[in-house]
Write a protein that binds this ligand. Structure first.
Ligand SMILES: Cc1cc2nc3c(=O)[nH]c(=O)nc-3n(C[C@H](O)[C@H](O)[C@H](O)COP(=O)(O)OP(=O)(O)OC[C@H]3O[C@@H](n4cnc5c(N)ncnc54)[C@H](O)[C@@H]3O)c2cc1C
Length: 426
């Protein structure tokens, strides 16, 4: 393989990697995707929800077989079972089939895919990456590429292998069962019950034929499975057949400080792009993968970039957090960090304002059960289409019920409001 030099090597064939590969190949970049597992999408580590808004935004035409069920929206349930609903349509996917569909689409556009290939080294010299990987039976292989997109999910391998960031994001741990015979009314249930999911939440997500994903995320890694068993009992599901246990880790503290470097872009979970409140990341992975590939395509074509001063203004947005930290270069490298800085601009413009929302989430989790119940009762039964009057009513009730903590309620609800598909919530 060492004889070919690809324009871009994409590490990881999840939603971010497949989306990046499709866009890169369509833009005419010679593209290879390296995936550690033998089959794309397997094993699944996801609740599998995706909003219709996301599907539309990404221009996807979902084949029927990837859709496990169609849902009417999300019901959020507070500790005393007070609930409120976001009525917005979406899908529960068979996520492995969805990712396989994305991979075939990328291959159809011209991307090469190499499975059973676990990347364990990357080094860039004279504008070329040499990427080393392990294959089946301890075999090893190498690949060369002018640029690299890290789409390795929470593992974020480039951070470890290149030192691009000195620390990773914080994470929550997910545990889930696919269970049989779980009653549903067509809504996804999200339960904010800190007792059984500290700094996280629980869910019941209806799939086909009465089955459902029943799970949780929490920062209490050690007890995630204990909480899940307890929840199954309390939700009246004891004795129902568990078809498959699964789980995984999810970034929960917002993007890495650096999401691009010389010849390198981070997309999806590897960049830390998950929804600020409920940590869904599939839509953000699809979009950031697309942005990363578009950035490379423009850089390769030599589309004029902003001058150095403009880049500073654009990428910092008045803040110093997660700026590139790379000096503009005039080396002629089409994929220099300076040339790729546009990626951060695209993400900042489009994605949730993480600095603010991650603080709002911390405030959300600072409330007691009684306070969460009180917040639940302040909200209207239907959250979609709230009027100005509804919002004024919530503000007044917050002042009356929370007094000096009213600003914490405002910040928490601000983060909560980013849970809809339109705001990349799912
Ligand atoms: C329990 C749980 C429930 C979730 N529920 C939802 C949900 O309902 N809706 C939602 O939107 N999001 C959900 N998420 C989050 C969602 O799964 C991720 O945000 C999304 O899959 C991110 O896509 P990605 O492509 O960035 O990363 P991933 O999907 O993690 O893909 C990364 C890929 O990289 C590969 N890889 C990793 N390291 C290497 C390496 N060294 N070499 C080669 N390949 C490598 C992996 O095998 C994998 O295929 C959930 C996550 C968990 C854990």
């Amino acid at each position: 393989m060492l004889d070919s030099i690809y324009d871009v090597a994409i590490i990881g064939a999840g939603p971010a990697g497949c989306s990046a590969a499709y866009t890169a190949a369509k833009e005419g970049l010679s593209t290879i995707v390296l995936e550690e597992h033998a089959r794309v999408g397997e094993p699944v580590h996801c609740g599998e929800c995706l909003s219709h808004v996301a599907v539309k935004r990404m221009g996807l035409s979902l084949p029927e077989e990837v859709i496990a069920s169609r849902v009417k929206g999300i019901r959020v349930i507070f500790p005393d079972k007070t609930s409120t609903i976001w009525s917005e349509e979406g899908y529960v996917l068979d996520k492995h089939l969805f990712e396989q569909f994305l991979a075939v689409r990328a291959q159809g556009a011209g991307a090469a895919l190499k499975t059973s290939t676990r990347v364990n080294g990357m080094k860039r010299e004279n504008g070329i990456w040499t990427i080393s990987a392990n294959g089946p039976g301890g075999s090893s292989s190498s690949f060369r590429a002018r640029s690299l997109i890290d789409c390795t999910g929470y593992e974020a391998v480039s951070t470890k292998l290149t030192g691009l960031n000195d620390k990773k994001f914080e994470m929550v741990s997910g545990a889930q069962y696919l269970m049989e015979d779980v009653p549903n009314d067509g809504f996804i249930d999200f339960l904010i019950w800190p007792r059984l999911a500290p700094h996280g939440y629980l869910w019941v997500i209806p799939k086909r034929g009465g089955s459902a994903n029943v799970g949780l995320v929490t920062n209490d890694y050690k007890n995630a499975h204990k909480y899940l068993k307890q929840f199954v009992e309390e939700w009246g599901l004891s004795g129902k057949k568990i078809l498959r246990p699964f789980g995984g880790m999810i970034p929960s503290s917002g993007p890495m400080r650096r999401i691009f470097g010389d010849g390198l872009l981070l997309a999806g979970d590897a960049a830390g792009f998950t929804s600020p409140m409920f940590e869904g990341g599939t839509q953000l992975a699809l979009k950031s993968g697309e942005f990363a590939a578009q950035t490379l395509a423009r850089a390769q074509k030599g589309v004029p970039k902003p001058e150095a001063e403009d880049v500073d203004t654009i990428i910092e947005g008045g803040k110093t957090s997660y700026r590139a930290g790379f000096a503009p270069t005039s080396s002629g490298d089409p994929f220099s960090a300076h040339a790729l800085s546009e990626y951060e601009h695209l993400c900042r413009e489009e994605f949730p304002p993480y600095e603010r929302l991650v603080r709002g989430k911390a405030k959300f989790y600072s409330f007691t059960d009684a306070e969460l119940n009180s917040i639940g009762r302040m909200l209207p039964k239907e959250l979609v289409g709230m009027t100005v009057l509804d919002k004024v009513a919530i503000a007044v009730k917050s002042i009356v019920r929370f007094g000096t903590r009213v600003m914490s309620v405002r910040d928490a609800l601000d983060t909560f409001s980013y849970s809809v598909g339109e705001k990349y919530g799912w």
